[in-house]
Every structure is written in structure tokens, then in C-alpha cells.
Write a protein that binds this ligand. Structure first.
Ligand SMILES: O=C(O)CCC(=O)C(=O)O
Ligand SMILES: [Fe+2]
Length: 350
């Protein structure tokens, strides 16, 4: 168990502290060996969708029909897209990034006031210690449950910057609205009853916010900001300030380009299960960078944990046989595999 203990010691010191101390990544962070660090040059084809054209209230025109087809194709092939026209103003997105940056810029001692313990998920720190042999991520995080209101654990919310709480509450409300509209649009793109995903996830859907801070790294060729994984959520909405996030498709990595007005949507395993595999939950990762630090805010839109989730009946027929079982408590299985650096979705296959 030496590896595990060593990981615990390393995780109690944050990446930001190692960078300030001029340290090179310790062995437990090393997961790549001189691979290219500049996959940034890959010309990205990640689709951009204007949600205002396809929202339930939008008029049906040739353009909106085409956009909806583009969305369906994006979700079936990439499992992700960049959304514009989502209704959250540029200035608010800027505020949100700013407050996240201000939080991470504070001295580590200030942030450690809301530190999580190694095994917990919520609070400031890093992921729980992975299984032996699995690398650590070159990043620091703050995870907060933000919806429903009863899930909020205010003693883990930062007191500084002072505007943090108000802006995050406001962002949560806006993101919830975007998530609900998008759930309708996803259903519409599959010719399903518009409310079907909403009814299933409903008011019980939970939202978790994960603030990721990727410090610069002297050796970006050796580490990753975040290891390859798929999300467990129904879908995740990400705000980034710099590029670095990559999506796996056709055995290649594609960088999501920087677009300050866009929200990046990534589908999670639950959506792949609910759509009987029509929509994909893509593997993604985050690269480290020598010169540019990066911040992202991921908002996970999740079904309530205690409900059973399975493929929708209207998506299963003779031509499209059922690919997944109904699952309950899949989150637990997901994290068991996540800690081994593996995907869990095969455990839900029939
Ligand atoms: O930092 C990012 O852009 C991705 C974050 C992510 O994939 C996650 O938090 O699950
Ligand atoms: Fe993710």
C-alpha cells in the first residue's frame, strides 16, 4: 500500500504549491512519456450549435430543422458540442470565470479552510486517491453540490471572494434553465415527446459544480491535467477560459477550441443508457500546458441517485434492440471503475 500512502501525502499538498515551489511532477503524476503536447494544432471539427434556433420556443424554419439535425448528428457521433445562443450573457460568463480565478489565486492556506478529506468528493482538493498504479491529475479542484437547495453544504463554500456565493447561486439558476431547455431539445432531436427526459430527470435532478484549476507544468509531456474518462452525468456543461480539453473520436484526440461565449456540452453515461446508445458519452481528458494556466467550471446535470434508469421504450424496437439494462446506483459502479482508470458503461450492457 506504499503507493496509496504516498498518494495521500502528495494529495495533501496541492499541485499549485508544487508549482510555486518550482517542483517537477513526482512519479505518481507521471502518465505519459514524451508524447506530443501540442495536439492543439489538430483542426477541430467539434460542432457548434446555436441553441436559440432549436429551443422549444423557436419557430420551425429550414434553418432550425437543419440545426436540429446537426445537433442529433453531433450527439450520435461526438457526444459533445459547443453551444452558443444558450441565453447566458457573455458578461455573466466572464464574471463566473473571474470569480473562479479569484478563488484559486488565493493563498493555499485560505483555500484549505474548505479542504475535503482524501476520501470525500466535496470541497477543495483533488479526487480521492485512485487505485494503486493509477496516476494523479495535475490539477486542483473545488467540488460543490449546488442543486437541489437541500444538497448545498454551505460550510464548504468559499467565503472569499465575497461575491463567490451569489454568483454561483445565480449561475446555478441559469444553468438549470439551460439544462432543462436542452433536455427538451435533445428529446425533440430524437422525435420523442419533448418532456420525456425532463420528466425522467425532473425536479429531482441534481447539479454538482466542479471548478478545475490546471496550473502550468514544467513537464506537460509527462502529466495530464485530467486523465481520460467519460462522465457519469446525464450531461455536463463546461465553461473554459483556455483550450486544453480534448475529446476522443475515431481513435484521435480533438481539442475543443476556445470560445468565450460558448458552453461545452458533454454527454454522460446516463444519457447514453437512456437513449439506448444512440447518443454517445465520449472519453475526454485535459492536457497540461507549460505556459498557460487554465480554469474550467463543469456543471454536472445528474439523475437523482435512487431512481432506476434504462433505455427509453420508444427507442427500443426490432431494428434497434435493447443495448442496456435498467440500472440503479450506477454512480457507485462508475466510481469503482473510475478509480482504476476504466470506463464502467459495459457493466450496464445487456
Ligand atoms: O476541464 C475541463 O474542461 C473538463 C473537466 C471534466 O471533464 C470534468 O470535470 O469531468
Ligand atoms: Fe469530464
Amino acid at each position: 500500500m506504499a503507493g496509496t500512502q504516498e498518494a495521500e501525502v502528495l494529495l495533501s499538498k496541492r499541485v499549485q504549491e508544487m508549482v510555486l515551489d518550482g517542483e517537477e511532477p513526482p512519479a505518481l503524476y507521471i502518465c505519459r512519456h514524451g508524447e506530443d503536447t501540442d495536439d492543439y494544432s489538430t483542426v477541430s471539427q467539434i460542432p457548434v450549435i446555436d441553441l436559440s434556433l432549436v429551443s422549444p420556443s423557436a419557430a420551425s424554419t429550414d434553418i432550425s430543422i437543419e440545426e436540429l439535425q446537426k445537433l442529433r448528428s453531433a450527439l450520435s457521433s461526438w457526444g459533445c458540442f459547443q453551444a452558443i445562443g444558450h441565453g447566458i450573457s457573455s458578461s455573466f460568463l466572464h464574471e463566473m470565470r473571474k470569480v473562479a480565478k479569484e478563488f484559486f489565486k488565493q493563498p493555499v492556506a485560505e483555500k484549505k479552510k474548505i479542504a475535503k478529506t482524501v476520501e470525500e468528493f466535496e470541497g477543495y482538493g483533488a479526487d480521492p486517491v485512485p487505485e494503486e498504479g493509477q496516476p494523479l491529475d495535475w490539477s486542483d479542484r473545488l467540488v460543490l453540490e449546488v442543486h437541489p437547495p437541500d444538497n448545498k453544504n454551505y460550510n464548504l463554500w468559499p467565503e472569499k471572494p465575497e461575491s463567490f456565493r451569489e454568483i454561483l447561486e445565480d449561475y446555478t439558476k441559469k444553468i438549470k434553465m439551460v439544462a432543462e431547455v436542452t433536455s427538451e431539445v435533445f428529446a425533440k432531436s430524437l422525435n420523442l415527446d419533448h418532456n420525456c427526459f425532463l420528466d425522467e430527470l425532473g425536479d429531482q435532478a441534481t447539479i454538482t459544480a466542479r471548478f478545475n484549476y490546471y496550473s502550468c507544468c514544467q513537464r506537460p509531456d509527462l502529466v495530464l491535467g485530467l486523465k481520460p474518462h467519460s462522465d457519469v452525468s446525464a450531461f455536463t456543461m463546461i465553461l473554459q477560459d483556455e483550450s486544453g480539453l480534448q475529446i476522443r473520436k475515431d481513435d484521435k484526440w480533438f481539442t475543443v477550441p476556445k470560445n468565450p461565449d460558448a458552453l461545452i456540452f458533454i454527454l454522460g453515461d446516463y444519457m447514453e443508457i437512456m437513449t439506448n446508445g444512440i447518443f454517445k458519452s465520449p472519453v475526454h481528458r485535459v492536457l497540461s500546458n507549460l505556459q498557460t494556466e487554465r480554469i474550467s467550471i463543469a456543471m454536472f446535470y445528474n439523475p437523482p441517485e435512487d431512481i432506476e434508469i434504462g433505455p427509453r421504450d420508444d427507442l427500443v424496437n426490432e431494428e434497434n434492440p435493447r443495448l442496456f439494462k435498467n440500472v440503479k446506483g450506477y454512480v457507485t459502479t462508475y466510481f469503482q471503475y473510475y478509480q482504476k482508470g476504466q470506463r464502467a458503461i459495459h457493466t450496464a450492457q445487456v
